[in-house]
Design a protein around this ligand. Structure first.
Ligand SMILES: [Mg+2]
Length: 122
């Protein structure tokens, strides 16, 4: 029988973050509102290493800037996982459901190679 909820990397990260928060008695600060704000703040920090670059692809992005991107991506992901945990949202299931919606919204034969929004094509 296949486990409908197999352990995966996100669940392991969720558990590690739970432990980190509990050890510091920080759950009191991790309200859904504060975590939603933290996601936005960290996403803003993610922009900084890209500021004033043409594309942000290597070799334009320095190793130091790439390391900063990794740091900020980790912050964003951690906040996303914490918020989903506080609201008891199954993040992988939510992401898969959204992917299915987008598959229906953007049929490959209609949108391949185009960045137009779904409302801009027939
Ligand atoms: Mg940060």
């Amino acid at each position: 029988v296949t486990d409908p909820h197999p352990p995966d990397a996100l669940l392991a990260l969720r558990d590690a973050l739970r432990e980190f928060v509990a050890e510091r008695d920080w759950k009191q600060f991790h309200t859904p509102r504060n975590l939603a704000i933290a996601i936005s703040v960290e996403a803003g920090e993610l922009l900084e290493p890209f500021q004033w670059l043409e594309t942000g692809r290597s070799p334009e992005l320095s190793e130091a800037a790439r390391a900063r991107v990794a740091d900020e991506l980790a912050d964003v992901l951690s906040c996303v996982v914490r918020l989903a945990d506080e609201l008891d949202i199954d993040l992988p299931a939510a992401a898969r459901a959204k992917l299915e919606q987008n598959r229906a919204k953007y049929p490959p034969d209609q949108v391949r190679g185009s960045a137009r929004k779904y409302s801009e094509y027939g």
